[in-house]
Design a protein around this ligand. Structure first.
Ligand code: PXG
Length: 472
């Protein structure tokens, strides 16, 4: 296929790397680039898809194919691709002040304005923000704050952090340890100390005999209480969880789960960290996912949608009572060269203004979100291999199942998921597979007809998968 001029029209900068053919890109990529979470030998045999441009909810590859991005990059491009305001904000800030630090009694306008705007957008008790470069670092930072908090309260024995199996909190040593991904733990012979995991609230996959879908999440929340009692509340510092699990399969707990988790944390004086790296900035139709699930964390960790992925940036939001303890008790010995990087902060600020001024989050809540959920549920009701559609707003998980009625899963679930993902890819839809769950999380600016395109392409891919495995 030839390259379209539409796709590449603006790449005429004198110092922009010359375009190569897809084959040339693939050869160079295979020769010099190690990809994250990839089996490089296998990948290099087929070659990667080379993505060269994005606009709105679409990206284009180096062969000129136009692909609808059902994943907003990696759950991050909330305002969609090609927003000139964000490029302009970066350009202006790079010319004005490309870098200065926030150590040693310094600060700068972009980080000041960003912090003030975040305090305005976040729920009332979140008025202070600490910056870093990624979601992983925001979770590392949250741990530092938690331990600092308990030190200031004269409870240094409170060291244990409880997280969940199949949670995802990043890929630094702390993030990877907090996460409950066994394949990652296997490759991390030294992990962080004092981190333990409890079971996830995944009803479809782990239902307990005799428990209804309403009782199950309470039973899973009780695992937290049991773990606290096992370790001793005096030794437990915090519980961390994603309000809904993203990379783990868009696992949506029933409404009873989080209020019960919060009740248990309060009862035993344990801090509650909501990892809002995916859920934050409008994904559920609320600004933050914990608002959807109706609980109040002590710390929120942020990244991705903070800049819509246009610049790397992470942050931690502190509840007033935690902020007070950190502020009023001397030096907090943590920080990164790029904490509050001015260009990232300027881009985040422009991004949040787009989300706010264009009422994008409200539209997800009242229009596009309900439409997306309804279209998916109608399209896949009674489908021979779809056992569940979970999600709210613009995030969804589709459970592939051998027998949806009895919740029987495919024995080779991961293979079925991979086949389905490959059908999506050849149909020019980006949909992610986690084992036997298919995940969607499109840009929040998506329009109804683009939702229709995603749903019909997803249907074609899932039908093709059902045919391949003899179910249709
Ligand atoms: N918390 C959550 C909930 C995440 O989803 C991180 C922390 C770590 O963020 P950084 O910026 O350090 O990557 C994440 C990241 C996937 C996928 O395939 C998901 C993430 C990252 C890469 C791939 O679903 N989530």
């Amino acid at each position: 296929m030839s390259m379209t001029t539409e796709a590449f029209s603006d790449v005429h900068l004198p110092d922009y790397p010359a375009r190569r053919t897809t084959a040339e890109y693939r050869a160079l990529d295979a020769a010099h680039h190690l990809h994250p979470f990839s089996d490089m030998a296998t990948l290099n045999r087929t070659g990667s898809r080379v993505i060269v441009k994005g606009q709105g909810v679409y990206v284009w590859d180096s062969d000129g194919s136009k692909i609808i991005d059902g994943m907003a990059g990696l759950w991050c491009v909330n305002v969609g691709y090609g927003r000139k305001e964000l490029a302009d904000a970066a350009y202006r800030q790079m010319r004005e002040l490309p870098y200065y630090n926030t150590f040693f009694k310094s600060t700068h306008p972009p980080v000041i304005e960003l912090s003030a705007l975040l305090a305005e957008l976040a729920p009332a008790p979140f008025n202070h923000f600490f910056y870093c470069n990624s979601g992983s670092e925001s979770n590392d930072t949250a741990l530092r704050i938690v331990h600092r908090y308990w030190a200031t309260r004269n409870k240094p024995a409170k060291k244990f952090v409880i997280a969940r199996k199949n949670g995802y909190h990043g890929s630094t040593i702390a993030g990877g340890t907090l996460g409950g991904m066994e394949c990652m733990h296997e490759q991390m012979p030294s992990r962080m100390e004092n981190i333990v995991h409890i079971e996830q609230p995944y009803f479809f996959g782990e239902a307990e005999a005799g428990l209804t879908p309403e009782e199950f999440p309470l039973s899973r929340a009780q695992r937290l209480e049991a773990k606290i009692l096992e370790i001793g509340a005096d030794n437990v510092a915090a519980f961390i969880g994603e309000p809904f699990q993203g990379a783990g399969g868009v696992i949506f707990p029933a409404v009873t789960y989080w209020p019960e988790i919060q009740r248990i944390c309060r009862k035993y004086d344990i801090l509650l960290i909501a990892d809002e790296v995916i859920g934050g900035f409008g994904r559920t139709g609320e600004w933050f996912a914990h608002e959807h699930f109706d609980f109040e964390p002590d710390l929120i960790t942020l990244a991705k949608g903070l800049t819509s992925g246009y610049m790397p940036m992470g942050a931690v939001g502190l509840h007033d009572r935690i902020a007070r303890a950190v502020i009023e008790n001397g030096e907090f010995n943590h920080g990164l060269t790029y904490s509050g990087h001015p260009v990232a902060a300027a881009v985040a600020l422009a991004n949040l203004k787009i989300l706010r001024n264009e009422n994008i989050v409200e539209r997800v809540k009242c229009d596009t979100g309900p439409y997306f959920q309804q279209q998916l549920r109608e399209t896949f009701a009674n489908h021979p291999i779809v056992g569940e559609v979970s999600g709210v707003g613009l995030v969804a998980g589709l459970q592939l199942a051998d027998d949806p009625a009895t919740r029987k899963r495919f024995q080779n679930g991961a293979e079925v998921g991979t086949v389905c993902r490959d059908f999506c890819s050849s149909g020019n839809l980006i949909m992610r597979a986690t084992g036997d769950r298919m995940l969607l999380s499109p840009p929040l600016v998506i329009e109804r007809q683009e939702i229709d395109e995603i749903v019909s392409k997803a249907k074609a891919a899932i039908d093709a998968t059902a045919r391949q495995f003899g179910r249709l």
